[in-house]
Design a protein around this ligand. Structure first.
Ligand SMILES: O=C1O[C@H](COP(=O)(O)O)[C@@H](O)[C@H](O)[C@H]1O
Length: 266
């Protein structure tokens, strides 16, 4: 790893020499969290995002993880989803199904995806209802600080505009405090209709991992992590601040190239 350190209030930074190295370390990290959670609670409740993240999780489908991870104990959710059919190229479910879920022995009834036959608003409401039912079974815990589910791990990617899940800069969905799952119909990035975990849910997780690669995201990484004083923009990625959980950034060197808080020794 090129750099590993803890930022004063922006979590742990893990900066990798290559995407290959990042993928291996990410698989190790997820496998370790899964093992610890299964040991402690008997299950592992994980929320995925879409985009480049799923490809970067690909090592989990390979040895040794495909054999050592206790896949039967995984409960899968999505931190955000596009409101399109499950076989649509834009579906985060389809991406995860093809890139991960179909390659490891996940129990089908443990996969909690949205109802794609509903409107965005209805799909968000029904998804929140579904999560509330799972919370009642204790497969997902509840935060003792907020009235929110406490996922064992929420995995996020970040767009070059600093969005995470489907929480876009300056969007009113960032202000939603009284719901677990919200919806938007005007996403600046297509497709327009999406559902998303709200910030209180993301910030109630036990672990949040943000995975970012590529130079095109370096400016957003800088704005999301560096101390910028009064000029600090209200970037969604900067609002990811787990109240009682751990935040770790998995970056490659190009994504980290504009960080002021990191000094690389070549
Ligand atoms: O639209 C979305 O974008 C983000 C970032 O995607 P990436 O391909 O730039 O990594 C993703 O995390 C989110 O789940 C997705 O809906």
């Amino acid at each position: 790893m090129a750099f590993s350190g803890v930022h004063r209030d922006r979590g742990e930074l893990r900066i990798h020499e290559s995407v290959e190295e990042l993928s291996t370390n990410l698989a190790d990290y997820i496998a370790d969290l899964s093992e610890a959670s299964v040991k402690e609670r008997g299950v592992f409740a994980i929320a995925l995002s879409g985009g480049s993240l799923i490809g970067l999780m690909g090592k989990l489908c390979e040895a040794p993880y495909n054999k050592t991870v206790d896949w039967a104990k995984w409960y899968i959710f999505w931190a955000d989803e596009r409101v399109v059919a499950k076989n649509h190229a834009d579906s985060n479910y389809k991406l995860a199904k093809e890139g991960l879920l179909s390659k490891v022995p996940i129990v089908p009834s443990h996969v909690h995806s949205i109802n794609d036959s509903l409107s965005a608003e209805e799909a968000a409401d029904e998804y929140e209802f579904d999560i509330r039912q799972v919370v009642k079974t204790r497969m997902v815990c509840v935060s003792d600080i907020s009235d929110c589910p406490k996922f064992d791990l929420i995995l996020l990617g970040m767009g070059s505009d600093g969005h995470v899940a489907s929480l876009f800069p300056n969007h009113s969905v960032l202000d939603v405090k009284n719901q677990w799952v919200s919806f938007i119909t005007d996403s600046p990035k297509p497709p327009p209709e999406r559902i998303t975990f709200t910030l209180p849910v993301i910030n109630s997780a036990s672990n949040v991992v943000v995975v970012v690669t590529g130079e095109s995201k370096a400016e957003a990484v800088h704005l999301a992590i560096d101390d910028l004083g009064p000029n600090c923009p209200s970037l969604p990625a900067r609002m990811v601040q787990p109240t009682n959980g751990k935040l770790v950034w998995f970056l490659d060197k190009p994504a980290a190239s504009k960080l002021q808080s990191v000094q690389f020794c070549e």
